[in-house]
Design a protein around this ligand. Structure first.
Ligand SMILES: [Cu+2]
Length: 105
């Protein structure tokens, strides 16, 4: 009987230790943060400041990591966290800035 109680107690300790390990492991993917990349065709950029306006508009969105805009190629490449923002939302931000955008890939 005494042995059984000791065994149960150590079993409880193991379960607690296991929970601790699980919560540490669960925080890892949050820190890693997934990243996706989308290429958009952007119409309506006419001068050197237009790509800057597009870049600023997209950069303001939560989850956007990096924005590269080319006036010559009429293109924007955006690196983003898919858990926080979508290509559709990025297109919307470009439209709101006064340009026309569509996803290329
Ligand atoms: Cu311009």
């Amino acid at each position: 009987m005494k042995r059984w109680i000791v065994g149960a107690a150590s079993g409880t300790l193991l379960a607690v230790a296991g929970l601790g390990a699980a919560s540490v492991a669960a925080s890892d993917p949050v820190q890693a943060q997934a990243e996706s990349r989308v290429t958009l065709h952007v119409e309506g950029m006419h001068c050197a400041t237009c790509p800057i306006a597009v870049r600023v508009a997209v950069s303001r969105l939560p989850g956007v990591r990096e924005v590269t805009v080319s006036l010559e190629q009429a293109r924007a490449v955006v690196a983003y966290d898919p858990a926080q923002v979508t290509p559709a939302r990025i297109v919307q931000a470009i439209e709101e800035a006064g340009y026309h955008a569509r996803v290329e890939n």
